[in-house]
Design a protein around this ligand. Structure first.
Ligand SMILES: NC(=O)c1ccc[n+]([C@@H]2O[C@H](COP(=O)([O-])OP(=O)(O)OC[C@H]3O[C@@H](n4cnc5c(N)ncnc54)[C@H](O)[C@@H]3O)[C@@H](O)[C@H]2O)c1
Length: 438
Protein backbone atom coordinates (compact mmCIF):
# COMPACT_ATOMS: atom_id res chain seq x y z
CA UNK A 1 0.00 0.00 0.00
CA UNK A 2 0.96 3.66 -0.31
CA UNK A 3 0.89 5.14 3.17
CA UNK A 4 1.61 8.62 4.52
CA UNK A 5 2.59 8.98 8.19
CA UNK A 6 2.16 12.35 9.88
CA UNK A 7 4.29 12.98 12.99
CA UNK A 8 7.61 11.14 13.10
CA UNK A 9 8.12 10.84 16.84
CA UNK A 10 8.26 7.48 18.63
CA UNK A 11 5.00 6.18 17.19
CA UNK A 12 5.32 7.58 13.67
CA UNK A 13 9.01 6.75 13.12
CA UNK A 14 8.65 3.16 14.32
CA UNK A 15 5.50 2.68 12.20
CA UNK A 16 7.30 4.13 9.17
CA UNK A 17 10.24 1.77 9.57
CA UNK A 18 8.11 -1.34 10.22
CA UNK A 19 5.62 -0.67 7.40
CA UNK A 20 8.48 -0.06 4.92
CA UNK A 21 10.16 -3.24 6.18
CA UNK A 22 6.91 -5.12 5.45
CA UNK A 23 6.99 -3.95 1.82
CA UNK A 24 4.79 -0.84 1.83
CA UNK A 25 5.74 2.49 0.25
CA UNK A 26 5.77 5.09 3.03
CA UNK A 27 5.88 8.89 2.93
CA UNK A 28 6.93 10.42 6.28
CA UNK A 29 5.68 13.92 7.12
CA UNK A 30 6.80 16.17 9.98
CA UNK A 31 7.11 19.90 10.63
CA UNK A 32 10.55 19.26 12.15
CA UNK A 33 13.01 19.43 9.23
CA UNK A 34 15.81 17.85 11.27
CA UNK A 35 13.75 14.65 11.72
CA UNK A 36 13.07 14.53 7.98
CA UNK A 37 16.78 15.01 7.22
CA UNK A 38 17.76 12.25 9.62
CA UNK A 39 15.30 9.77 8.12
CA UNK A 40 16.30 10.69 4.56
CA UNK A 41 19.90 9.94 5.54
CA UNK A 42 18.89 6.54 6.93
CA UNK A 43 19.23 7.60 10.58
CA UNK A 44 16.59 7.15 13.27
CA UNK A 45 15.06 10.29 14.84
CA UNK A 46 14.26 8.36 18.06
CA UNK A 47 16.42 6.20 20.33
CA UNK A 48 14.82 2.77 20.20
CA UNK A 49 16.14 -0.76 20.26
CA UNK A 50 16.68 -1.99 16.68
CA UNK A 51 15.82 1.31 15.01
CA UNK A 52 19.39 2.20 13.90
CA UNK A 53 19.67 -0.91 11.75
CA UNK A 54 16.05 -0.98 10.61
CA UNK A 55 16.03 2.64 9.47
CA UNK A 56 19.24 2.22 7.48
CA UNK A 57 17.84 -0.95 5.95
CA UNK A 58 14.47 0.50 4.86
CA UNK A 59 15.95 3.69 3.41
CA UNK A 60 18.21 1.50 1.27
CA UNK A 61 15.09 -0.18 -0.22
CA UNK A 62 13.94 3.13 -1.69
CA UNK A 63 10.44 2.59 -0.31
CA UNK A 64 10.63 5.57 2.11
CA UNK A 65 10.42 9.26 1.25
CA UNK A 66 9.93 12.33 3.45
CA UNK A 67 8.28 15.70 2.97
CA UNK A 68 6.89 18.68 4.85
CA UNK A 69 4.11 19.01 2.31
CA UNK A 70 0.78 17.66 3.57
CA UNK A 71 -0.92 18.06 0.18
CA UNK A 72 1.76 16.11 -1.66
CA UNK A 73 1.64 13.31 0.93
CA UNK A 74 -2.17 12.99 0.81
CA UNK A 75 -2.41 13.10 -2.97
CA UNK A 76 0.35 10.51 -3.37
CA UNK A 77 -0.98 7.89 -0.90
CA UNK A 78 -4.11 5.81 -0.20
CA UNK A 79 -4.20 6.29 3.54
CA UNK A 80 -2.67 8.50 6.22
CA UNK A 81 -1.67 7.45 9.74
CA UNK A 82 -1.83 10.45 12.05
CA UNK A 83 0.70 10.20 14.89
CA UNK A 84 1.32 13.79 16.02
CA UNK A 85 1.77 14.56 19.72
CA UNK A 86 -1.20 15.23 22.03
CA UNK A 87 0.52 16.48 25.20
CA UNK A 88 -1.02 17.88 28.40
CA UNK A 89 -2.03 21.53 28.51
CA UNK A 90 -1.14 23.37 31.76
CA UNK A 91 -4.67 22.75 33.13
CA UNK A 92 -4.42 19.00 32.48
CA UNK A 93 -6.62 18.98 29.39
CA UNK A 94 -5.33 17.47 26.17
CA UNK A 95 -3.55 19.96 23.93
CA UNK A 96 -4.97 19.13 20.52
CA UNK A 97 -3.59 22.18 18.72
CA UNK A 98 -1.09 20.23 16.56
CA UNK A 99 -3.81 17.70 15.71
CA UNK A 100 -6.35 20.39 14.80
CA UNK A 101 -3.85 22.32 12.62
CA UNK A 102 -2.82 19.18 10.79
CA UNK A 103 -6.45 18.09 10.30
CA UNK A 104 -7.22 21.44 8.66
CA UNK A 105 -4.35 20.83 6.23
CA UNK A 106 -5.51 17.26 5.59
CA UNK A 107 -9.03 18.55 4.82
CA UNK A 108 -7.67 21.13 2.35
CA UNK A 109 -5.62 18.40 0.65
CA UNK A 110 -8.65 16.08 0.43
CA UNK A 111 -10.55 18.85 -1.43
CA UNK A 112 -8.09 18.37 -4.28
CA UNK A 113 -8.08 14.58 -4.25
CA UNK A 114 -10.60 12.90 -6.56
CA UNK A 115 -9.77 9.37 -5.31
CA UNK A 116 -10.99 8.06 -1.93
CA UNK A 117 -8.70 8.38 1.07
CA UNK A 118 -8.59 6.88 4.56
CA UNK A 119 -7.49 8.98 7.54
CA UNK A 120 -6.42 6.79 10.47
CA UNK A 121 -5.99 8.69 13.73
CA UNK A 122 -3.40 6.87 15.86
CA UNK A 123 -2.53 9.56 18.42
CA UNK A 124 -4.20 9.19 21.80
CA UNK A 125 -7.35 11.33 21.72
CA UNK A 126 -9.98 11.99 24.38
CA UNK A 127 -13.24 10.19 23.54
CA UNK A 128 -15.40 12.08 21.07
CA UNK A 129 -12.51 13.97 19.43
CA UNK A 130 -12.57 12.15 16.08
CA UNK A 131 -16.34 12.37 15.56
CA UNK A 132 -17.07 15.73 17.20
CA UNK A 133 -13.91 17.74 16.40
CA UNK A 134 -11.75 16.22 13.66
CA UNK A 135 -14.31 14.77 11.25
CA UNK A 136 -16.23 18.10 11.05
CA UNK A 137 -12.94 19.90 10.30
CA UNK A 138 -12.13 17.41 7.52
CA UNK A 139 -15.62 17.77 6.03
CA UNK A 140 -15.58 21.56 6.25
CA UNK A 141 -12.10 22.00 4.78
CA UNK A 142 -12.57 19.40 2.03
CA UNK A 143 -16.19 20.21 1.17
CA UNK A 144 -16.68 16.43 1.09
CA UNK A 145 -18.58 13.90 3.16
CA UNK A 146 -17.02 11.32 5.43
CA UNK A 147 -18.26 7.83 4.63
CA UNK A 148 -18.83 8.80 0.99
CA UNK A 149 -15.75 10.61 -0.36
CA UNK A 150 -13.30 9.62 2.37
CA UNK A 151 -13.24 7.61 5.60
CA UNK A 152 -11.91 8.24 9.09
CA UNK A 153 -11.16 5.72 11.80
CA UNK A 154 -9.29 5.50 15.10
CA UNK A 155 -6.67 2.87 15.80
CA UNK A 156 -5.01 3.25 19.20
CA UNK A 157 -1.30 2.56 19.41
CA UNK A 158 -0.05 0.20 22.14
CA UNK A 159 3.71 0.25 21.64
CA UNK A 160 5.96 0.98 24.59
CA UNK A 161 9.07 3.07 24.29
CA UNK A 162 12.17 0.89 24.63
CA UNK A 163 10.55 -2.14 23.01
CA UNK A 164 8.54 -0.47 20.28
CA UNK A 165 9.57 -2.61 17.30
CA UNK A 166 8.80 -5.79 19.26
CA UNK A 167 5.51 -4.26 20.41
CA UNK A 168 4.69 -3.19 16.84
CA UNK A 169 5.07 -6.81 15.71
CA UNK A 170 3.27 -8.31 18.71
CA UNK A 171 0.79 -5.84 20.24
CA UNK A 172 -1.72 -7.01 22.87
CA UNK A 173 -4.40 -6.62 20.17
CA UNK A 174 -5.33 -4.48 17.20
CA UNK A 175 -8.37 -2.29 17.79
CA UNK A 176 -10.06 -0.35 15.02
CA UNK A 177 -12.82 2.11 15.82
CA UNK A 178 -14.83 2.79 12.67
CA UNK A 179 -18.32 3.60 11.43
CA UNK A 180 -18.04 1.57 8.23
CA UNK A 181 -16.67 -1.72 6.96
CA UNK A 182 -14.22 -0.21 4.43
CA UNK A 183 -11.65 1.16 6.95
CA UNK A 184 -11.78 -2.09 8.91
CA UNK A 185 -11.06 -4.11 5.75
CA UNK A 186 -8.14 -1.83 4.82
CA UNK A 187 -6.58 -1.99 8.28
CA UNK A 188 -7.03 -5.76 8.39
CA UNK A 189 -5.04 -5.93 5.16
CA UNK A 190 -2.35 -3.75 6.74
CA UNK A 191 -2.17 -5.17 10.28
CA UNK A 192 -4.12 -8.45 10.12
CA UNK A 193 -0.91 -10.51 9.83
CA UNK A 194 0.28 -9.43 13.31
CA UNK A 195 0.27 -12.13 16.01
CA UNK A 196 -2.71 -10.79 17.91
CA UNK A 197 -6.50 -10.59 17.86
CA UNK A 198 -8.14 -7.95 15.67
CA UNK A 199 -11.24 -6.21 17.08
CA UNK A 200 -13.47 -3.70 15.35
CA UNK A 201 -15.54 -1.36 17.53
CA UNK A 202 -17.02 2.14 17.57
CA UNK A 203 -14.70 5.13 17.28
CA UNK A 204 -15.60 6.39 20.77
CA UNK A 205 -15.04 3.00 22.39
CA UNK A 206 -11.63 2.74 20.72
CA UNK A 207 -10.69 6.23 21.95
CA UNK A 208 -11.83 5.37 25.49
CA UNK A 209 -10.12 1.99 25.43
CA UNK A 210 -6.70 3.61 24.99
CA UNK A 211 -7.26 5.65 28.17
CA UNK A 212 -8.61 2.63 30.05
CA UNK A 213 -5.51 0.61 29.14
CA UNK A 214 -3.08 3.35 30.18
CA UNK A 215 -5.03 4.06 33.37
CA UNK A 216 -5.06 0.36 34.22
CA UNK A 217 -1.30 0.16 33.71
CA UNK A 218 -0.79 3.16 35.99
CA UNK A 219 -3.14 1.60 38.56
CA UNK A 220 -1.19 -1.68 38.51
CA UNK A 221 2.17 0.04 38.98
CA UNK A 222 0.77 2.14 41.83
CA UNK A 223 -0.77 -0.92 43.47
CA UNK A 224 2.57 -2.73 43.37
CA UNK A 225 4.40 0.33 44.70
CA UNK A 226 1.94 1.05 47.52
CA UNK A 227 2.05 -2.62 48.50
CA UNK A 228 5.85 -2.43 48.48
CA UNK A 229 5.89 0.69 50.70
CA UNK A 230 3.70 -1.02 53.30
CA UNK A 231 5.71 -4.26 53.02
CA UNK A 232 8.94 -2.35 53.58
CA UNK A 233 7.56 -0.70 56.74
CA UNK A 234 6.45 -4.11 58.03
CA UNK A 235 9.70 -5.88 57.18
CA UNK A 236 8.04 -8.09 54.56
CA UNK A 237 9.66 -8.85 51.19
CA UNK A 238 7.51 -6.95 48.64
CA UNK A 239 8.84 -9.00 45.70
CA UNK A 240 7.77 -12.23 47.30
CA UNK A 241 4.32 -10.82 48.12
CA UNK A 242 3.71 -9.40 44.63
CA UNK A 243 5.06 -12.54 43.01
CA UNK A 244 2.53 -14.57 44.98
CA UNK A 245 -0.24 -12.06 44.17
CA UNK A 246 0.50 -12.66 40.46
CA UNK A 247 0.42 -16.44 40.88
CA UNK A 248 -3.32 -16.29 41.52
CA UNK A 249 -4.72 -16.26 38.00
CA UNK A 250 -8.20 -17.11 39.23
CA UNK A 251 -9.09 -13.99 41.20
CA UNK A 252 -6.09 -11.63 40.85
CA UNK A 253 -4.64 -11.68 37.34
CA UNK A 254 -7.89 -12.51 35.60
CA UNK A 255 -11.20 -11.07 34.41
CA UNK A 256 -12.58 -11.42 37.95
CA UNK A 257 -13.81 -8.13 39.47
CA UNK A 258 -13.38 -6.26 36.18
CA UNK A 259 -17.01 -6.11 35.07
CA UNK A 260 -18.77 -2.82 35.81
CA UNK A 261 -21.55 -3.21 38.36
CA UNK A 262 -22.63 -1.82 41.71
CA UNK A 263 -20.43 -0.85 44.68
CA UNK A 264 -18.67 -3.63 46.54
CA UNK A 265 -19.49 -4.49 50.14
CA UNK A 266 -19.60 -7.52 52.37
CA UNK A 267 -17.76 -8.67 55.41
CA UNK A 268 -14.21 -8.57 54.00
CA UNK A 269 -13.21 -5.91 51.48
CA UNK A 270 -14.37 -2.78 53.37
CA UNK A 271 -13.00 -3.86 56.75
CA UNK A 272 -9.69 -5.05 55.30
CA UNK A 273 -9.18 -1.80 53.37
CA UNK A 274 -9.85 0.12 56.59
CA UNK A 275 -7.35 -2.04 58.47
CA UNK A 276 -4.75 -1.52 55.71
CA UNK A 277 -5.19 2.26 55.89
CA UNK A 278 -4.86 2.19 59.67
CA UNK A 279 -1.79 -0.01 59.53
CA UNK A 280 -0.16 2.37 57.05
CA UNK A 281 -1.00 5.36 59.24
CA UNK A 282 0.55 3.78 62.31
CA UNK A 283 3.75 3.15 60.30
CA UNK A 284 3.84 6.63 58.75
CA UNK A 285 3.32 5.17 55.29
CA UNK A 286 1.21 7.11 52.80
CA UNK A 287 -1.08 5.03 50.60
CA UNK A 288 -3.21 7.58 48.73
CA UNK A 289 -4.59 5.12 46.21
CA UNK A 290 -5.55 2.28 48.55
CA UNK A 291 -6.71 4.87 51.08
CA UNK A 292 -9.23 6.38 48.67
CA UNK A 293 -10.88 3.19 47.40
CA UNK A 294 -13.70 3.21 49.96
CA UNK A 295 -14.42 6.84 49.13
CA UNK A 296 -14.72 5.98 45.43
CA UNK A 297 -16.96 3.04 46.32
CA UNK A 298 -19.20 5.37 48.30
CA UNK A 299 -19.43 7.76 45.33
CA UNK A 300 -20.76 4.84 43.30
CA UNK A 301 -23.52 4.21 45.88
CA UNK A 302 -24.33 7.93 46.04
CA UNK A 303 -24.74 7.96 42.26
CA UNK A 304 -27.38 5.23 42.56
CA UNK A 305 -29.23 7.25 45.22
CA UNK A 306 -29.15 10.30 42.92
CA UNK A 307 -30.49 8.25 40.03
CA UNK A 308 -33.40 6.90 42.06
CA UNK A 309 -34.26 10.40 43.29
CA UNK A 310 -33.91 11.81 39.75
CA UNK A 311 -36.49 9.32 38.48
CA UNK A 312 -39.16 11.21 40.46
CA UNK A 313 -40.72 7.88 41.49
CA UNK A 314 -41.68 7.33 45.12
CA UNK A 315 -42.80 3.69 45.14
CA UNK A 316 -39.55 1.75 45.00
CA UNK A 317 -39.07 -2.01 44.81
CA UNK A 318 -35.63 -3.31 45.66
CA UNK A 319 -34.74 -6.70 44.25
CA UNK A 320 -31.70 -7.89 46.16
CA UNK A 321 -30.41 -6.74 49.53
CA UNK A 322 -27.40 -8.94 50.34
CA UNK A 323 -23.95 -7.77 49.27
CA UNK A 324 -23.74 -10.55 46.69
CA UNK A 325 -26.16 -12.78 44.83
CA UNK A 326 -26.60 -16.21 46.42
CA UNK A 327 -25.79 -15.20 50.00
CA UNK A 328 -27.76 -13.74 52.88
CA UNK A 329 -24.79 -11.71 54.15
CA UNK A 330 -26.04 -8.16 54.67
CA UNK A 331 -22.90 -6.82 56.35
CA UNK A 332 -21.80 -3.61 54.65
CA UNK A 333 -24.04 -4.41 51.70
CA UNK A 334 -24.25 -1.28 49.55
CA UNK A 335 -27.87 -2.20 48.85
CA UNK A 336 -28.63 -1.89 52.57
CA UNK A 337 -26.95 1.53 52.59
CA UNK A 338 -28.96 2.49 49.51
CA UNK A 339 -32.21 1.35 51.16
CA UNK A 340 -31.32 3.29 54.33
CA UNK A 341 -30.78 6.49 52.34
CA UNK A 342 -33.95 6.10 50.27
CA UNK A 343 -36.06 5.59 53.39
CA UNK A 344 -34.41 8.68 54.85
CA UNK A 345 -35.57 10.63 51.78
CA UNK A 346 -39.15 9.55 52.49
CA UNK A 347 -39.53 7.05 49.62
CA UNK A 348 -41.80 4.03 50.02
CA UNK A 349 -39.65 0.92 49.87
CA UNK A 350 -40.35 -2.79 49.59
CA UNK A 351 -37.59 -5.35 49.31
CA UNK A 352 -37.30 -8.85 47.87
CA UNK A 353 -34.22 -11.04 48.16
CA UNK A 354 -34.71 -14.80 47.66
CA UNK A 355 -31.83 -15.60 50.03
CA UNK A 356 -32.58 -13.24 52.90
CA UNK A 357 -34.96 -14.58 55.56
CA UNK A 358 -35.14 -12.54 58.75
CA UNK A 359 -35.64 -15.57 60.97
CA UNK A 360 -32.35 -17.07 59.71
CA UNK A 361 -30.15 -14.01 60.30
CA UNK A 362 -27.67 -14.43 63.13
CA UNK A 363 -24.83 -12.66 64.93
CA UNK A 364 -23.00 -9.79 63.23
CA UNK A 365 -25.23 -10.09 60.18
CA UNK A 366 -28.36 -9.56 62.30
CA UNK A 367 -26.78 -6.73 64.27
CA UNK A 368 -25.76 -4.91 61.10
CA UNK A 369 -29.24 -4.96 59.58
CA UNK A 370 -30.91 -4.00 62.86
CA UNK A 371 -28.62 -1.01 63.09
CA UNK A 372 -29.12 0.20 59.51
CA UNK A 373 -32.66 -0.92 58.68
CA UNK A 374 -34.40 -1.30 62.07
CA UNK A 375 -37.78 -1.78 60.38
CA UNK A 376 -36.47 -4.38 57.94
CA UNK A 377 -39.31 -6.71 58.92
CA UNK A 378 -41.88 -4.30 57.48
CA UNK A 379 -39.91 -3.85 54.24
CA UNK A 380 -38.97 -7.42 53.42
CA UNK A 381 -41.45 -9.40 51.28
CA UNK A 382 -41.44 -13.14 50.70
CA UNK A 383 -42.84 -12.81 47.18
CA UNK A 384 -41.51 -11.00 44.13
CA UNK A 385 -45.03 -10.55 42.73
CA UNK A 386 -46.21 -8.02 45.34
CA UNK A 387 -42.94 -6.04 45.15
CA UNK A 388 -43.26 -5.69 41.36
CA UNK A 389 -47.01 -5.00 41.51
CA UNK A 390 -46.67 -2.13 44.03
CA UNK A 391 -43.56 -0.39 42.63
CA UNK A 392 -43.08 2.35 40.05
CA UNK A 393 -39.30 1.86 39.97
CA UNK A 394 -37.50 -1.45 40.48
CA UNK A 395 -33.92 -1.33 41.70
CA UNK A 396 -32.26 -4.50 40.47
CA UNK A 397 -29.30 -5.44 42.63
CA UNK A 398 -28.90 -9.18 42.18
CA UNK A 399 -28.10 -11.55 39.37
CA UNK A 400 -30.04 -14.65 40.33
CA UNK A 401 -31.28 -16.13 37.05
CA UNK A 402 -34.47 -17.61 38.55
CA UNK A 403 -35.52 -14.23 39.93
CA UNK A 404 -34.65 -12.50 36.66
CA UNK A 405 -36.73 -14.93 34.60
CA UNK A 406 -39.68 -14.44 36.93
CA UNK A 407 -39.19 -10.68 36.81
CA UNK A 408 -39.43 -10.66 33.02
CA UNK A 409 -42.91 -12.16 33.20
CA UNK A 410 -44.09 -9.76 35.91
CA UNK A 411 -42.73 -6.41 34.83
CA UNK A 412 -45.14 -3.88 33.29
CA UNK A 413 -44.50 -1.42 30.46
CA UNK A 414 -44.98 1.57 32.75
CA UNK A 415 -42.28 0.41 35.18
CA UNK A 416 -38.71 1.59 35.29
CA UNK A 417 -35.73 -0.60 36.17
CA UNK A 418 -32.49 0.67 37.62
CA UNK A 419 -30.15 -2.15 36.69
CA UNK A 420 -27.49 -1.58 39.34
CA UNK A 421 -25.85 -4.97 39.16
CA UNK A 422 -25.79 -4.87 35.35
CA UNK A 423 -27.45 -8.25 35.45
CA UNK A 424 -30.33 -7.61 33.15
CA UNK A 425 -30.42 -7.61 29.43
CA UNK A 426 -32.11 -4.21 29.03
CA UNK A 427 -33.63 -5.27 25.72
CA UNK A 428 -35.39 -8.15 27.42
CA UNK A 429 -36.39 -6.28 30.56
CA UNK A 430 -39.50 -4.44 29.48
CA UNK A 431 -39.77 -1.03 30.99
CA UNK A 432 -36.05 -0.50 31.54
CA UNK A 433 -35.45 3.20 32.00
CA UNK A 434 -32.35 3.68 29.86
CA UNK A 435 -31.37 6.84 31.73
CA UNK A 436 -31.03 4.78 34.85
CA UNK A 437 -28.92 2.04 33.32
CA UNK A 438 -25.27 1.96 34.25
N1 LIG B 1 5.38 7.40 22.83
C1 LIG B 1 4.69 6.31 23.04
O1 LIG B 1 5.19 5.30 23.54
C2 LIG B 1 3.23 6.25 22.65
C3 LIG B 1 2.57 5.01 22.71
C4 LIG B 1 1.22 4.95 22.32
C5 LIG B 1 0.56 6.11 21.92
N2 LIG B 1 1.24 7.30 21.91
C6 LIG B 1 0.51 8.48 21.43
O2 LIG B 1 0.89 8.71 20.08
C7 LIG B 1 0.98 10.11 19.82
C8 LIG B 1 2.37 10.45 19.36
O3 LIG B 1 3.28 10.18 20.40
P1 LIG B 1 4.85 10.29 20.20
O4 LIG B 1 5.45 9.90 21.50
O5 LIG B 1 5.23 9.59 18.96
O6 LIG B 1 4.96 11.89 19.98
P2 LIG B 1 6.27 12.76 19.70
O7 LIG B 1 6.10 14.02 20.45
O8 LIG B 1 7.49 11.93 19.90
O9 LIG B 1 6.17 13.07 18.15
C9 LIG B 1 5.15 13.86 17.59
C10 LIG B 1 5.68 14.38 16.25
O10 LIG B 1 4.62 15.08 15.60
C11 LIG B 1 5.21 16.13 14.89
N3 LIG B 1 4.19 17.11 14.46
C12 LIG B 1 3.57 18.08 15.18
N4 LIG B 1 2.72 18.76 14.37
C13 LIG B 1 2.79 18.21 13.15
C14 LIG B 1 2.14 18.47 11.91
N5 LIG B 1 1.25 19.46 11.79
N6 LIG B 1 2.46 17.71 10.85
C15 LIG B 1 3.35 16.71 10.96
N7 LIG B 1 4.00 16.42 12.11
C16 LIG B 1 3.73 17.16 13.19
C17 LIG B 1 6.27 16.67 15.84
O11 LIG B 1 7.24 17.47 15.19
C18 LIG B 1 6.84 15.36 16.39
O12 LIG B 1 7.93 14.92 15.61
C19 LIG B 1 0.54 10.79 21.12
O13 LIG B 1 -0.83 11.05 21.05
C20 LIG B 1 0.82 9.76 22.18
O14 LIG B 1 0.00 9.94 23.30
C21 LIG B 1 2.56 7.38 22.25
Amino acid sequence: MNISIFGLGYVGAVSLACLARDGHRVVGVDIDQSKLDQIAAGRTPVVEEGMVDLMAQVIATGRVSVTRDTREAVLGTDLSLICVGTPSAPNGSQDQSAMVRLTQELGAALREKPAPHLVVFRSTLVPGTVEDVLRPILERESGKQEGVDFHVCFQPEFLREGSSIRDYDKPPFTIVGANAEAPVTTLKALFGHLQCAFHATSIRAAEMLKYSCNNFHALKITFANETARLCEALGVDPFEVMDLVCKDTQLNISKAYLKPGFSFGGSCLPKDLRATAYLAKTHDVELPMLGSILQSNRVHTDRAIEKVLASGKRQIGMIGLAFKTGTDDLRESPLVLLAEQLIGKGLQLRVYDPDVHLSNLLGANKRFIEQHLPHIGALLRRDLESVVAESELLVLGLGDSGTLEKLRTLIRDDQMVLDLARVGDPGRLRGTYEGLCW
